[in-house]
Write a protein that binds this ligand. Structure first.
Ligand code: SF4
Length: 359
């Protein structure tokens, strides 16, 4: 792209952004911590979904110091339902590092910031450009689609080489002045105009600089490799009651949904019944012998890469000490107290089936 064309693209898009940008709370905040929280929440998450979580999170943890002081459980509870819980754990750990190593302030230094847990190239570029004006690109899914169309990239953008090329193009386009506005403008265009299907080219402020539009390729770009079908697994889950309490277990930190609490159980093996699975899993996970009784509910939940059906059964286990063998912790909890613990979305539905309200 020639320098003139690049400058015209920058000018047009920034003018459009000034007039049409959505009024979002993190855009009003001139606080690097708040911008950082928003950028982490918005990864793989729609703005409308993230908004209530953003408000609740900042009300509870208004500064990096407040976040650093909180327990992991409190952070995960506020995050409950937003998914991708590793983001919350990394944010929490990074807040601790910010307090210990940077006097409680988000570092105004891309190198120092990118050394914090969970800060990859996107988060670093977004926060450092928006909060501090560093000339760095921020390539999320929206920006990647927009740039692939501007340059008519006819390669699958899932490929590492194409992704690297898009980063190079994105870096070259960031202007010296207002790089944060620029990054937000590109993403805003992707979210509001240059949408995945049916891009609104006639009302696009930069269509004269768009190769895909010029060549009539806007519906074909970006190209992606065909998705593999999502696998489905059955999981046996035991609702074990003893003296008015129910057993819950904490998932190991290195597991999917690490740090969250759940009703114990595990994957049903080929040829195994859900009841056999529950008996085996509870012995392996928390050293407990159980008798499996009535069926409570089946709950199906779809993650980005996996669909799971939880087959939940009431269990009896009148005696025997619980030991956390295959989990990080195990506790007998009164039904009304279970909702104090951070739970995966599927376990919230089991809680509802038990007639207990989540908080
Ligand atoms: Fe996207 Fe169409 Fe604008 Fe090109 S002209 S950037 S394809 S909306």
């Amino acid at each position: 792209m020639s320098n003139d064309r690049r400058r015209s693209l920058q000018r047009r898009l920034l003018t459009w952004f000034r007039k049409h940008k959505r009024d979002l709370p993190w855009r009003r905040a001139n606080d690097p911590y708040k911008i950082w929280v928003a950028e982490v929440m918005l990864q793989q998450t729609q703005v409308s979904t993230a908004l209530p979580y953003y408000r609740a999170f900042l009300k509870r943890f208004p500064t990096a110091r407040a976040l650093a002081k909180a327990s992991e459980q409190a952070v995960l509870k506020i995050w409950q339902g937003l998914g991708y819980y590793r983001r919350a754990l990394n944010l929490h750990e990074a807040a601790g590092r910010i307090v210990r190593e940077h006097g409680g302030r988000v570092p105004d230094d891309p190198k120092a910031f990118s050394r914090l847990p969970g800060v990859g190239r996107y988060t670093c570029g977004a926060v450092q450009s928006i909060a501090f004006g560093h000339r760095l690109a921020a390539l999320d899914g929206n920006a990647a689609r927009v740039i692939a169309r501007w340059f008519a990239v006819e390669e699958s953008i899932d490929r590492a080489a194409a992704r690297r090329a898009l980063w190079d193009l994105a870096e070259a386009l960031v202007p010296q002045r207002r790089p944060g506005d620029w990054n937000q403008a590109v993403m805003e265009l992707g979210s509001e105009v240059c949408v995945p299907r049916g891009p609104r080219c006639p009302r696009c402020p930069v269509r004269t600089a768009c190769r895909a539009f010029e060549c009539g390729l806007q519906e074909n770009i970006p190209m992606r490799r065909p998705r593999r079908p999502i696998p489905h697994i059955d999981v046996g889950v035991g609702i074990v009651r003893r003296r008015g309490r129910i057993l819950i277990c904490k998932r190991r930190a290195d597991a999917m949904l690490g740090g969250l609490w759940e009703f114990p159980g595990g994957k049903v093996r080929p040829g195994e019944s859900a009841a056999d699975c529950i008996r085996r899993e509870l012995a392996e996970e928390c050293a407990l012998d159980v008798a499996v009784g009535d069926h409570l509910v089946d709950v199906t939940h779809t993650y980005s890469h996996l669909r799971v059906t939880l087959r939940c059964y009431y269990c009896r286990s009148p005696r025997g000490r619980v030991r956390a063998l295959g989990c990080a912790d195990a506790r007998w909890v009164r039904p009304a107290e279970i909702a104090d613990y951070p739970l995966p979305a599927a376990d919230v539905r089991i809680l509802e089936a038990l007639g207990v309200e989540d908080k």
